[in-house]
Design a protein around this ligand. Structure first.
Ligand SMILES: Nc1nc2c(ncn2[C@@H]2O[C@H](COP(=O)(O)OP(=O)(O)OP(=O)(O)O)[C@@H](O)[C@H]2O)c(=O)[nH]1
Ligand SMILES: [Mg+2]
Length: 453
């Protein structure tokens, strides 16, 4: 028997009954259309998801999340990466200028401090005096103001350059990444009427005019001694380019991929980055889009993370190995490595993330190596380590073991964790690592989507 819809009207139907029937049929049709639309929408969403890999980058502030994302771009979307180089040039120059301004403030404080040892004879001549250097480099304050403005940085949001020393670390040289700087740079540069280019040019001319003095300052033994006495190790500072100052201060400076990876730009909130793979290897991956969620890692920002936990294919968690002798900027009572372990426990135990692939990056391995080689004792900061050897392999093995045990004890569902010891600023090393995890993540994503489709 065939069920026709709508059913044939009764033969003896009155006008009133007909009107009621038609109205009911209209309502039924509207509901039916809405259901069809919802089904189609769900189908489209499902199709999109099937071609999307969703990745969360997690870890405390400065652990290297955004740097890892840059590596993904460089590896799999090099055209997009290089297209952004111009914007990074201004960020890197601002990183450099801000570092110098911070150090000049630090030097004048050290200079005016009667307790600090008097400078060697070289500085007794007025020309070589640190104060003289400060005068010669004073225009860099102006360069910082211009670059801040052009990049859309609100100076109130950056650290005060006069608050230079913070428990052996210089106050952070960073600008916020969510101020729309890339868009701003692109739009302004393409607008012929804007003063943007001439301001940028002015900033770069001043920077170049100061170049010799910048290099002298960076290489000066007395400056280095004062910084050393204050416990500042420049090589460990994010966003410091002292070893490259001469090149970066030049008018013709072009950032290299390594410079871009070393640039420091603090992430605020959660940023979504869509990466369309340019370098396709497997045919099954054609048209696939990787969506990265790069979060701000400071404690005050973590509350927003959970709303991004649904449907995640992979979690990339960064543990900065070098943080064992550092405290959090946002809470000086908390050791960075201990904070990372607590955070890892929370992430490991999340039910929403139970189907995600977990990749653990033991990052900043280069800085850990330097610290241990220079005699910093791991056990002085992590009591539980007791008298185990203070070498790189023993320390990394210990940290890895602790993190894997935390994961095993807390994960709602048994799974393997893919662990990599990395230096996220080393492009060669990262290229090998990313190619190996790329396949793992993709296979897992495909498996998951075939389960839900
Ligand atoms: N030496 C060294 N520096 C690194 C490494 N990984 C990242 N960095 C640097 O550390 C700084 C901080 O890295 P980011 O990627 O901005 O850190 P983040 O985790 O995104 O930090 P937030 O955005 O504040 O949460 C940058 O200047 C990087 O260049 C590493 O393995 N070795
Ligand atoms: Mg970041």
């Amino acid at each position: 028997m065939v069920n026709d819809w709508p059913p044939y009207p009764p033969l003896d139907e009155t006008e009133l009954e007909k009107a009621v029937r038609l109205e009911e049929e209209n309502v039924a049709k509207r509901i039916s259309d809405e259901i069809d639309r919802a089904i189609e929408h769900d189908r489209q969403e499902m199709r999109k998801k099937r071609h999307q890999t969703k990745i969360l980058l997690l870890g405390q502030a400065e652990s290297g999340k955004s740097t890892l994302l840059k590596n993904f771009q460089l590896q799999f979307a090099p055209k997009a990466f290089h297209a952004e180089a111009e914007g990074w040039r201004a960020v890197i120059q601002l990183n450099l200028v801000r570092s110098i301004n911070v150090i000049l403030s630090l030097l004048s404080k050290a200079n005016s401090n009667p307790a600090s040892p008097s400078p060697p004879p070289r500085f007794s001549k007025p020309k070589d005096d640190l104060r003289w250097l400060k005068v010669r480099l004073a225009p860099l304050r102006q360069v910082e103001v211009i670059l801040n403005r052009l990049l859309g940085v609100n100076p109130d949001e950056t650290d005060d350059a006069d608050l230079v020393l913070d428990s052996g670390r210089l106050s952070e040289v960073a600008i916020r990444s969510n101020c729309g700087w890339q868009t701003l740079m692109r739009t302004e540069r393409s607008s012929p009427s804007s003063r943007f280019l001439s301001d940028l040019d002015d900033a770069r001319r001043i920077l170049e005019a100061c170049r010799d003095d910048i290099v002298s300052m960076c290489e000066d033994a007395v400056v280095r001694r004062i910084l050393h006495e204050q416990g500042v190790v420049l090589l460990n500072e994010p966003g410091f380019f002292f070893d490259q100052a001469e090149r970066i201060a030049s008018m013709t400076y072009e950032p290299t991929p390594e410079d871009i990876l070393r640039a420091r730009l603090r992430t605020v909130g959660v940023e979504e980055h869509r990466l369309v793979m340019e370098t396709l290897t497997a045919s099954m991956e054609k048209g696939r889009e990787w969506v990265f969620y790069d979060v701000g890692g400071a404690r005050g920002q973590r509350a927003t993370w959970a709303s991004y936990f649904e449907d995640v294919n992979a979690v990339m968690f960064l543990c900065p190995l070098s943080g064992f002798d550092q405290v959090l900027s946002e809470d000086r009572a908390v050791n960075r490595l201990i904070d990372t372990m607590k955070l890892w426990k929370v992430i490991s135990s999340s039910k929403l993330l139970q189907n995600a692939t977990f990749v653990l990056f033991l990052n900043k391995s280069d800085i850990l190596r330097k610290k241990l080689d220079s005699g910093v004792l791991f056990r002085d900061h992590i009591e539980q380590y007791k008298d185990q050897p203070n070498d790189f392999d023993s320390v990394t093995t210990y940290i890895k073991k602790v993190l894997l045990a935390i994961h095993k004890d807390n994960t709602p569902k048994k799974r393997d964790v893919h662990v990599h010891i990395t230096c996220a600023t080393d492009t060669n090393m990262m290229s090998i690592v990313l190619n190996s995890i790329h396949d793992v993540i993709l296979m897992n994503a495909l498996e998951t989507t075939s389960l839900i489709s």
